[in-house]
Design a protein around this ligand. Structure first.
Ligand SMILES: CC(C)(COP(=O)(O)OP(=O)(O)OC[C@H]1O[C@@H](n2cnc3c(N)ncnc32)[C@H](O)[C@@H]1OP(=O)(O)O)[C@@H](O)C(=O)NCCC(=O)NCCS
Length: 194
């Protein structure tokens, strides 16, 4: 008899309340309340604190190579975006920016010439496995659509099964990069009807 794939356990959805432009209060399945909002310059120090709590494996999967410390300059760079070419959302504690711990970050780098955006994200262990990663990628897709981009794409290590499964569920295709063994490029068209 053929083994049937196990049905995925149903998970309570994330509840949400829109409170502004790209700002939402979220209630996660575990009951935790968090805030989704665009990243702000004052997030640099909390971002450094969140980075310090990541495991080397989480850093490898997100940054694709080992980094031991988020320097103040790099953290500032990640938080001060040129809106023409960058957009980033954070999921934070529901406290004022600057004092709120950051649980997840998702970002887009926009290439206006090719009308495409590269994405990357990280969801900390404290809130992972509750749909936050999928939610963030959906929001990045919404944002890229509003910017009338044609494609969103990302590079994912081929051993990152959780991220590849997430991308599959959200309709991304996969291809291998000939020059970068071990890396999978995921892409999703944003054109009308795609
Ligand atoms: C990958 C990552 C973003 C997922 O975030 P998340 O908030 O846990 O994502 P979700 O809860 O939306 O989805 C996780 C899903 O992956 C599934 N999953 C977990 N481990 C898996 C694995 N090894 N193989 C396949 N699926 C897996 C979970 O069961 C869950 O599925 P479900 O939605 O059916 O319950 C997060 O784990 C992370 O930040 N990892 C480190 C950094 C990283 O990999 N970034 C991506 C680089 S672009």
């Amino acid at each position: 008899m053929n083994a049937q794939p196990k049905p995925r356990a149903r998970r309570a959805p994330i509840r949400r309340q829109r409170i502004g432009v790209w700002r939402e209060r979220l209630w996660l399945p575990d009951g935790r309340e968090v805030l989704l909002r665009p990243i702000e310059p004052v997030d640099a120090e909390p971002l450094r604190q969140s980075f310090a709590r990541l495991s080397p494996e989480e850093v490898r999967l997100r940054f694709l190579h080992p980094i031991t410390e988020l320097t103040p300059a790099f953290a500032q760079q990640l938080c001060e975006l040129d809106p023409a070419t960058g957009f980033a959302l954070v999921v934070s504690e529901p406290l004022p920016a600057g004092s709120a711990l950051i649980g997840a970050v998702a970002r887009l780098g926009i290439d206006r010439e090719s009308r495409a955006a590269d994405f990357a994200l990280i969801v900390g262990r404290e809130i992972s496995g509750q749909g936050v990663g999928s939610f963030l990628v959906r929001r990045l897709i919404d944002y890229a659509r509003r910017r009338r981009l044609d494609e969103i794409r990302g590079d994912v290590l081929e051993d990152n099964a959780a991220m590849l499964a997430l991308c599959d569920r959200l309709g991304f295709s996969r291809s291998h990069l000939p020059d970068e063994p071990g890396m999978v490029r995921v892409r999703r068209s944003l054109r009308r009807g795609a």
